[in-house]
Design a protein around this ligand. Sequence first.
Ligand SMILES: [Mn+2]
Length: 236
Amino acid sequence: MKKIGIPSNNLLHPNSHFGTNYVDYIQKNYIDGITNAHALPIVLPIGDPKLAKNYIDSVDALVLAGGQDVSPFYFGEDPQINLHETDSDRDAFEVALVLEAIKQEKPILGICRGLQIVNVALGGTLYQDLNSQYQGLKVRHNQYPTKWYTPTHRLILKRVSWLQNFLDDQSLVNSFHHQAVKKLGDGLQLDAVSTDNVVEAFSDESRRIYAVQWHPEMLLMKHPEAQKLFDTFVLK
Ligand SMILES: [Mn+2]
């Protein structure tokens, strides 16, 4: 059984249940997507980036989940006024895991924030906030509070890629992001955009790097066909 490492998120703020007894967590839907694909999810609590080799030694592939904004530090910018919360510990841990997975030639799947982390780890840049920085924005890319499992905007496929295994041109996806790729990282190729030309997917088949800006794990509960993305990745 393939072991799929999935770095956790952490609860950065006191809440009514845990108070200041901070916890790491991962949304159950990612675990479902990996498990349904007959692989073994291994959650990696946010840890020391210096141990990236040890973490990646212990898994066969890496899945990076959604969450906070990516710090603009990674592409040489100061925080713009509309940047949301960032987490320097999670950023540093995930960037180190991405670089180590590439070094060890293990497949990577980036989802939402995960796509953005892969991009900046490879020298790409991001729009810190689409609403204030992206000229020509026409699509609502943060559908919240519309339900997570509701696909809302179309995709335009830009080339033949792994996406054709489970998507058609004009497929609908959900959308919960206000950051997006500005410049693609080294060696990454554009797979899909929204109708206002925001990057929605990229990959590099030669290094088995795959990334999508939407949330397939949240579509699973109502749209079983979204499982094919995980199934396809696990076979890479
Ligand atoms: Mn979108």
